[in-house]
Design a protein around this ligand. Structure first.
Ligand SMILES: [Zn+2]
Ligand SMILES: [Zn+2]
Ligand SMILES: [Zn+2]
Length: 242
């Protein structure tokens, strides 16, 4: 029997060499793979950094875009504010024009009122009214005409003018030609002739048409015809001042 420890067989030696070689190859491979791992890790870190940078860049880009949008919106707003300012300016001008018109209308009305007052004053100083001035009642209702005395004698009703009938002012219409509402409003004062105009021919004691003995001026009389009435309220006519 040979001693295996002192004298290894050739086969055993070969096996050992192969093992050692194999071992160092494996170790080399392990080392390589560790290096590779490290390299990969570094790579990943690098990629991570890059990604972060990219994100940062993206964020910046987004921010910039938002800022641009904001700027544009603000500009639009400013423009629209400019526009509404122009509108407001125009509106104010329209309103001022309206106020001016209203003032002109007010002046016009005041003028016609003054005119009416002046006409009244003239009438109060005319001989016909001074003749009747002894009676206050006379002055109030008949200060512009004489025929009222005759009318009362004949029992005829008051004869409203066509304007006062149309504008529901019969209660304010007096026996004047022109009547007080027509003086105040500056309207034409006309009365309709009764079909039985001649004295003594009209049998209606309550006839509201004009008759010969009412003594209205011929120019203020019109033939009988239809006159409609307004639907709304009567226009404003103040009490007559004497
Ligand atoms: Zn009248
Ligand atoms: Zn009238
Ligand atoms: Zn009559």
């Amino acid at each position: 029997m040979t001693d295996p420890h002192r004298k290894p067989s050739l086969l055993a030696r070969l096996l050992l060499v192969a093992l050692v070689r194999n071992h160092s190859r494996i170790r080399r491979e392990l080392r390589d793979s560790a290096v590779e791992t490290n390299r990969l890790k570094a790579d990943i870190r690098q990629k991570d950094r890059e990604l972060k940078d990219n994100n940062e860049e993206l964020r910046m880009l987004k921010l910039e875009k938002l800022e641009r949008q904001l700027e544009e919106t603000t500009k639009d707003d400013r423009e629209s504010i400019h526009l509404s300012a122009a509108d407001a300016h125009k509106m104010t001008a329209d309103m001022l024009l309206e106020v001016a018109r209203a003032n002109a209308e007010k002046d016009r009305m005041k003028e016609s009122r003054d005119l009416a007052h002046r006409a009244l004053e003239r009438a109060a100083h005319s001989p016909s009214s001074t003749a009747n001035a002894h009676s206050k009642r006379h002055l109030e209702s008949h200060d512009l005409d004489l025929p009222s005395v005759k009318k009362q004698k004949h029992g005829h009703k008051k004869v409203p003018c066509t304007h006062c009938y149309q504008y529901k002012l019969m209660r304010k219409c007096d026996d004047g030609a022109p009547c007080w509402p027509c003086i105040f409003l500056g309207t034409e004062c006309k009365r309709m002739k009764c079909n039985n105009f001649e004295t003594g021919t009209c049998q209606k004691s309550q006839c509201t048409m004009a008759h010969e003995d009412d003594d209205f001026p011929d120019a203020s009389l019109v033939p009988q015809g239809h006159v409609g009435q307004i639907i709304g309220p009567a226009p404003y006519v103040p009490k007559r001042v004497t």
